[in-house]
Design a protein around this ligand. Structure first.
Ligand code: HEM
Length: 385
């Protein structure tokens, strides 16, 4: 078969172009996941090949110069970055091999382990509930309450919580919906739900970030580690004993762990989500790898293409999201069915005094002014000294 540059008449040339287009199309389909961007790539010429060409890469004709078809397509398959005359320079990469690795990992091991992790957490919580049952207020309700969270604190918490739950459900639908919901509801309903979910996901990300910022500002000072945490951890948080609860301030060591996981995981989710919302505008992964290389003397790649940045962002965003779902499942359990009296803290903001003494004794000692008779909102009578 003659090379492109050796064509002698138009009919042979047209056949060559048709063959080139066909192979390009098949290769594009083979790399799967990123087919949208890859299919759009026509008229790509590798600058290195163009320089060698007798015509200096002039179009039409003689695109390959002295290079064989095999060399040309090997370079294309290897992900060579060519040039295009349209503004979107990404279109100059005809085949992006990492796309296939990305797709296989996302639809394979990542989805599999994500499902196991979330199911595993639900089973663990079920087992814990079966063994320990609901953690009761050991001394019963006192008839007095103490103000635990002000309205602004509860607003920040619920802004964060509601947005997180909706983001988690709509995000999981993107990952698993086609396997779980599509067969149940059919294509039309699924596509409607998914499209609405996408809008919710895009916009609620900002509510999540605001909630995260609010709880950080309001609670960070109560979540700095101190000596009481050591005692709390050594006594296992009193979680397996119905009488003994180690002393704690506003937040105990377990809650501090939840707080910092929420903040760090939330920031990481927000940044990777930002990168997905505004594609090709950030280089968060190259920048992060650069810092990691400096600190740990590793050799992570620091020159990533814009498409690789996006691929890493989708993977990292999904992994962090699933991790956070697992953590928050445990938090929701203990803040609702798992512990008597806990939900009131974020419901009305008033908790039973005995509950507070059992779980946050040091904090109660410092806040006796905030004690009220139940349902009257009036300060309780203080015993004479
Ligand atoms: C949707 C159901 C949820 C319920 C029922 C719930 C319940 C609670 C309760 C009762 C508290 C106060 C505990 C106390 O008085 O010490 C609390 C605190 C907190 N919540 Fe939630 N929450 C939920 C969702 C979330 C979500 C989705 C997040 C984060 C994404 C979150 C983050 C936090 C944080 C950081 C704290 C303070 C630390 C802690 O108590 O562990 N919550 N939550």
């Amino acid at each position: 078969m003659p090379g492109l540059g050796e064509t002698t008449n138009w009919s042979v040339r047209i056949k060559d172009y048709a063959a080139v287009a066909l192979v390009a199309f098949v290769l594009t389909l083979c790399v799967g996941g990123l087919s949208d961007s890859a299919i759009a790539q026509q008229g790509v010429a590798d600058p290195a090949i163009s320089q060698n060409s007798p015509t200096g890469g002039a179009v039409p004709g003689d695109v390959l110069g002295t290079n064989s078809d095999a060399e040309y397509w090997r370079a294309v398959r290897g992900g060579v970055q060519g040039t295009v005359s349209i503004p979107d320079q990404k279109a100059g990469t005809l085949v992006q091999s990492e796309g296939e690795a990305w797709r296989s990992f996302r639809n394979g091991p990542m989805s599999l382990y994500a499902s196991w992790a979330m199911l595993g957490m639900i089973v663990l919580l079920g087992i814990f509930y079966a063994i320990r049952g609901r953690i009761k207020i050991a001394h019963g309700r006192s008839g007095q309450t103490i103000t635990r969270f002000k309205a602004i604190e509860r607003f920040g918490h619920w802004l964060l919580a509601v947005s997180f739950v909706v983001l988690a459900l709509t995000g999981l639908n993107v990952l698993f919906g086609r396997y779980v919901i599509l067969p149940l509801l059919g294509a039309e309903a699924f596509s409607f739900i998914t499209q609405m979910g996408k809008y919710l996901h895009n916009y609620l990300g900002f509510a999540f970030m605001l909630g995260l910022l609010m709880i950080f500002v309001m609670w960070v000072k109560h979540n700095l580690p101190d000596r009481t945490d050591i005692k709390w951890v050594l006594q296992g948080g009193g979680i397996f004993s119905s009488k003994l609860h180690p002393p704690a301030k506003k937040f105990n060591a377990g809650q501090k762990v939840i707080f910092w996981l929420t903040i760090l995981g939330g920031v990481s989710l927000s940044l990777s989500g930002w990168q997905l919302l505004f594609p090709f505008t950030t280089t968060f992964f190259a920048d992060t790898f650069d810092k990691i290389n400096l600190i740990f003397a590793t050799n992570l790649p620091t020159t990533l293409s814009v498409i690789q940045e996006q691929q890493l962002a989708t993977l990292w965003h999904s992994i962090m999201a699933v991790f956070m779902v697992c953590v928050i499942l445990a938090h929701i359990y203990i803040g609702s069915v798992g512990m008597e009296g806990a939900f009131d803290a974020m419901g009305t903001g008033e908790v039973d005094l005995n509950w507070a003494k059992e779980h946050h004794s040091i904090w109660v000692d410092e806040h006796m002014d905030d004690v009220h008779e139940r349902d009257q909102g009036k300060p309780a009578a203080q015993p004479a000294e």
